[in-house]
Design a binder for this molecule. Structure first.
Ligand code: SGN
Ligand code: CA
Length: 534
């Protein structure tokens, strides 16, 4: 049922309070505190979600959250890689402040997190799915986490310190465990549950029930798929994340006899020598039944590949189709999972008093610039889907284009519960704007810093930068000293680096000043040190 914003504000009592009283003192501290279900997938690009206008896929259940709540069109990550993103989510602090800058770092679980504060305030807190922070979770009553990246099929879960292997598909199991935990709830203690999917992380192994999806569909190639990186810094050229460099085995899922020679570097040259053998071996973990379904599907793919005898650009385009179809099939399972959770809430009468949030740990390239993976401050990797539903307070069908960050999650959840946001948190609560109010003051620039180089995967050089609603300025450093400037209005796909264009020198100066201001504000001097952990 559609209602106008004014009607909604009136009904929810927000119209009177929105201006005068701090938001955290309004509805919830007086009434029942909301439950929170925070769902995060791994590497889900906005371009693969239909409410963001996907050209590829329909995600009706994810779209339902947006339709019944708010959709953020400019939601960004502060450091586009998994573990750092998760540490920012928990602490509300930038990587240089929470100590976790790249995937090798261990999370210091003794520090303050929003779940600890919720737990202290009487919430039941749980964490289910991908954790990836190397140390055991703290601040949770219950945790059931994948080991490291986890496995798509028959994964092992670490359950409050005890390891158990389950038969089944990871996205379904995580959903089963979430529902099982909700079923076990006692009394009416409010809860905060974090459901973190592994999917659609590389190497995109779909559930067999979706093997036939997109079968006869040609996935459109992005216009800049064959990008030659002309005019940009060395960083784009030297990154090792091109779809055309994917492995025929691990990524496109061919078997050893299907090709004469493995192609690709696919992210780690060290790995290239053994990738085909590792991939063959990894299939051994499938049950006979799973393996039969797997082989039936991928043997047909192999046959098609052998017949086609592809090379050069044709081979690259074929890899793109293979990549995208498996990626999208993994997203279908995520969408199905969301549907199950939303249905559960409906059936148990929990919908009204539960804040449901869906996002990803960062964005992902779906062939733009010829790439997969993330890391760069370019739009596809910087942006994440973000939709939230809380019927008591968020007007259905709200769309917001203010620039928000994963830094804002922790303060937002505390605000909804009515807990004072600690000074040390560097983000801002989204509650007021999600509820239809004007935020007192909002940022008009965001700060970004990525560190995982030269170690790790994909060779994306270290960089930091600033994005405003119109421009983006990036500085690549470490073994390079190069700047890039983009006009996002004229050049949304970031193909023309304007840094050396004299017409933009004033803009560059302004952005550099603003960048310095943000680095000071957030107390980031980490670009000067070589001390990223080893
Ligand atoms: C793995 C992947 C990389 C990916 C990193 C980080 N290789 O190493 O492609 O960039 O994870 O991803 S794979 O062999 O597992 O496919 S992250 O989401 O955990 O940051
Ligand atoms: Ca990720």
């Amino acid at each position: 049922m559609k209602q106008t914003r004014r009607e909604f504000l009136k009904k929810s009592g927000l119209a009177a309070t929105a201006l005068a009283i701090p938001f955290s003192m309004t509805t919830c501290s007086a009434g029942k505190r909301p439950n929170i279900i925070f769902i995060m997938s791994d590497d889900h690009a906005k371009a693969a979600m239909s409410c963001y206008g996907s050209r590829f896929i329909k995600t009706p259940n994810l779209d339902r959250i947006a339709a019944e709540g708010v959709q953020f069109t400019k939601s960004f990550v502060t450091n586009s890689i998994c573990a750092p993103s998760r540490a920012v989510l928990l602490t509300g602090k930038y990587s240089h402040m929470n100590g976790l800058r790249d995937n090798r770092d261990k999370f210091d679980g003794s520090q303050m997190t929003f779940t600890k504060l919720l737990r202290d305030a009487g919430y039941h807190t749980s964490m289910i799915g991908k954790w990836h922070l190397k140390t055991d979770p703290t601040g949770f009553d219950e945790w059931r986490i994948l080991i490291g990246q986890g496995e798509y099929y028959n994964p092992v879960f670490d359950e409050n310190g005890k390891k158990n292997k389950y038969t089944g598909y990871v996205t379904d199991l995580i959903t089963d465990f979430a529902i099982e935990s909700l079923e076990k709830r006692k009394g009416d203690k409010p809860f905060c549950m974090m459901i973190h999917h592994k999917a659609p992380h590389r190497n995109w192994m779909p559930n067999s029930k979706y093997f036939d999806a997109f079968k006869d569909t040609e996935i459109p190639l992005p216009d800049n798929y064959f990008d030659d990186y002309e005019g940009r810094s060395e960083a784009a050229k030297s990154a090792d994340m091109r779809v055309e460099d994917m492995y025929l085995s691990f990524d496109t899922k061919l078997r050893k006899g299907d090709y004469d020679k493995e192609t690709g570097t696919g992210g780690s040259r060290r790995y290239a020598t053994k990738v085909a053998d590792d991939w063959e071996r990894s299939l051994d973990r499938l049950t006979d039944e799973q393996r039969a379904a797997w082989d039936a599907h991928y043997n047909a793919v192999s046959e098609e590949f052998r017949k086609a005898k592809l090379e050069g650009q044709e081979l690259s385009k074929w890899k793109y189709q293979r990549y995208m179809k498996d990626y999208l099939r993994c997203v279908l399972s995520v969408d199905e999972s969301i549907g199950r959770i939303l249905d559960y809430l409906d059936n148990k009468g929990l919908t009204d008093n539960t804040l449901v949030v869906y996002t990803s740990d960062q964005g992902f390239f779906l062939g733009e610039h010829g790439w997969y993976d993330k890391r760069f401050m370019y739009e596809e990797s910087l942006s994440m889907p973000l939709v939230m539903r809380y019927p008591k307070e968020i007007p259905a069908g709200t769309v917001l284009d203010k620039m928000v960050l994963n830094l804002d999650f922790a303060p937002t959840f505390l605000d909804y519960v009515g807990i004072r946001i600690p000074e040390e948190m560097q983000g801002k609560s989204l509650r007021r704007m999600a509820g239809g109010g004007e935020p007192n003051e909002w940022r008009d620039s965001i700060y970004y810093h990525y560190y995982e180089y030269p170690h790790g995967w994909h060779d994306a050089k270290r960089h930091y930068g600033i994005r405003t609603s119109r421009y983006k300025l990036i500085h690549f450093y470490h073994d390079i000293d190069a700047w890039e400037l983009y006009d996002l209005k004229e050049d949304p796909h970031e193909m023309r680096n304007l840094y050396d264009d004299p017409d933009y020198s004033d803009i560059v100066d302004q952005l550099k000043n603003e960048l310095a201001r943000l680095q000071k504000k957030y107390r980031d001097t980490s670009m000067k040190s070589e001390d990223v952990s080893g």
